[in-house]
Write a new protein. Structure first.
Length: 153
């Protein structure tokens, strides 16, 4: 939908605005196994796991995203679940460009959405919430790059 398209557009702008890609990644040890398999298969866009991987990809995606973000963003909701706050501190920790950065995050969200009809119990609301937060981070990256370009003149 339009929110997904907007996030992808922001990601492309973010990638274009950087001088060189990062060799770092968003905590690979916590990355969902489906994404690890995709990376091992040369990140082919049409590749999908050959068999249903047990477990909840959505829960793994959320955990990976929360744990990859800077410590100042991590909060605990009233129901005890971890989530992320929004503020004006540095996002440099998650500002990872290139194949090891937000491409992996977006592909994980795509894989998660593709499994809604396959007996996976995660809700579309949780997916939408993560997409909104990823979009928020990407918006700040694009804005920071734009402002940095202005100040460099």
């Amino acid at each position: 939908g339009p929110k997904w398209d907007y996030a992808v557009e922001l990601w492309m702008k973010s990638e274009e605005s950087t001088g060189k890609p990062s060799s770092k990644s968003h905590k690979p040890q916590l990355r969902p196994s489906e994404l690890g398999e995709w990376v091992k298969n040369a990140r082919k866009m049409g590749w999908r796991p050959s068999k249903a991987v047990p477990g909840a990809i959505g829960q793994r995606m959320l955990r990976w995203w929360v744990e990859s973000d800077p410590g100042w963003r991590r909060i605990t909701r009233d129901d005890g679940t971890p989530w992320l706050s929004q503020g004006e501190d540095s996002l440099a920790e998650v500002d990872l460009r290139g194949v090891n950065g937000f491409l992996n995050v977006l592909m994980g969200l795509k894989m998660w959405s593709e499994r809604w009809g396959q007996g996976v119990t995660e809700s579309q609301a949780a997916w939408s919430e993560m997409l909104a937060d990823v979009t928020w981070v990407l918006e700040r990256q694009v804005l920071f790059s734009f402002l940095s370009d202005i100040h460099s003149y």
